[in-house]
Design a protein around this ligand. Structure first.
Ligand code: SF4
Ligand code: SF4
Length: 98
């Protein structure tokens, strides 16, 4: 199950460097109207593996001072599906570097 960031995020930026999948970004970096625009940090559900494959616990949950990194009930996934995201991401990176 991917995670999402709830509206009470205080934009502290602490979680970003802790994510092993580079799945967290500040939505405000996008222009208003962009599908990824948000006034708070967001988690890309296509990249988040709940830290499966890297750590025993979700690292954003561990470091968030206001406990707003929550399981996304709309993204229920098995460990196998979560691990497949790492593989897909690795393959797309490989393609870009050629
Ligand atoms: Fe990144 Fe892990 Fe948080 Fe998902 S659970 S956003 S992979 S730190
Ligand atoms: Fe928001 Fe928590 Fe990440 Fe800080 S650590 S940016 S409060 S989700």
């Amino acid at each position: 199950m991917s995670l999402f960031i709830d509206y009470d995020c205080i934009n502290c930026d602490v979680c970003v460097p802790e994510c092993p999948n580079d799945a967290i970004y500040f939505g405000g970096d996008y222009k208003i109207g962009h599908p990824k625009y948000s006034e708070i940090y967001v988690i890309d559900g296509d990249l988040c593996t709940e830290c499966v494959g890297h750590f025993d616990t979700p690292q954003c949950v561990e470091v968030c001072p206001v406990d707003v990194c929550l399981p996304d009930p709309d993204r229920v996934e098995t460990d196998e599906q979560l691990l497949a995201k790492i593989k897909i991401k690795g393959e797309s990176r490989g393609r870009r570097s050629k």
